[in-house]
Design a protein around this ligand. Structure first.
Ligand SMILES: [Zn+2]
Length: 309
């Protein structure tokens, strides 16, 4: 499981940073890629990665500001031009209005897609669990921005324990149907009378990962709730230390506030994105250094950077 950042800038694109989008690559888990936000130019960034647009099965939108959604019509249209590839449906989750934005853009531009889009719109009253599959559950909660904006908590379900085949062989269990029974948790008795307890040969289930991806927000308790015990928290850092007042006025956070959220939530790792173009590279190291005084495991991400979870 990896996160690849496609755009890490705030508000408008700069040479170094495109506007918001990131890909949660779940290729080993479910052979899918989930996009979070899709700012203008996201499809160009995708061209610089190994991500195949057809693998993008779900898109989660945090809010309707242009720097988070203007890339949708272009990406959706290009996704249709995957020569010789099967056309697969796509789900879009986001605030009410996203459906109208996408359908209007496609209609007035005469764009027809050869695949179906299923829209899942929500508002303040319909948040909470927005998706559950056999392997993942996704929750959304409202943040505190200048328009309705949410954060997402992606929870992988616990992974089943694995069978220790070497240990079974050593115990004299012949390879074959007995392995299957033991894997299903069934105790068995061998021909020589040896009792094999399944639990002794199956490793404990591993806890699933928790990934928290927030939209633009002031510091709010909702962020902490979404990030509790997260393996990774992706948090905006539009402003730096000392800019708390201006951050509040503009509906954003500073690096210090993001670090406070990570600490309060006992997250394991904090990745800062939504970085203003006014920050030069020396400012970026300062952003990290200042945030690390509150939460040590912090990193300011770059466009195209890939982070393993
Ligand atoms: Zn915004």
């Amino acid at each position: 499981m990896d996160i690849q950042f496609l755009g890490t800038g705030a508000g408008q694109p700069s040479k170094a940073r495109n506007v918001s989008s990131l890909a949660l690559k779940l290729l080993d888990e479910i052979n899918e890629v989930w996009l979070f936000d899709c700012g203008e130019g996201t499809q160009n960034r995708i061209l610089e990665t190994t991500i195949r647009p057809r693998k993008v099965s779900k898109i989660f939108i945090t809010h309707l500001h242009g720097d988070h959604i203007f890339g949708l019509p272009g990406f959706l249209s290009s996704r249709a031009f995957q020569a010789n590839e099967e056309q697969t449906d796509l789900d879009i989750y986001g605030p009410q209005g996203i459906k109208s934005f996408v359908l209007t853009s496609l209609r007035v531009s005469g764009s027809r897609l050869p695949y179906r889009i299923h829209f899942h719109e929500f508002d303040q009253d319909s948040l909470g669990k927005i998706l559950e599959t056999d392997k993942f559950t996704v929750y959304a909660e409202e943040l505190d921005h200048t328009i309705f904006c949410v954060g997402y908590r992606v929870m992988q379900k616990d992974l089943e324990g694995t069978l220790d085949a070497e240990k079974l062989k050593a115990a004299g269990v012949p390879f074959g149907p007995l392995f299957g029974k033991i894997k299903n948790g069934q105790d068995v008795v061998l021909e020589d009378g040896t009792e094999i307890k399944a639990a002794d040969y199956i490793s404990a289930p591993r806890p699933g990962k928790i990934i928290t991806i927030l939209g633009d927000t002031r510091k709010t308790n909702a962020s902490v709730r979404l990030a509790v015990n997260a393996d990774v928290l992706v948090h905006e850092s539009t402003y730096g230390k000392g800019d708390e007042k201006i951050a509040r006025n503009h509906g954003h956070s500073t690096n210090m506030q993001a670090a406070q959220v990570a600490a309060e939530a006992s997250a394991k790792r904090l990745l800062l994105n939504h970085i203003s173009a006014r920050f030069l590279s020396k400012d970026i190291s300062q952003l990290k250094k200042d945030a690390a005084s509150i939460f040590e495991n912090v990193h300011v991400v770059k466009d195209l950077e890939e982070v393993e979870i």
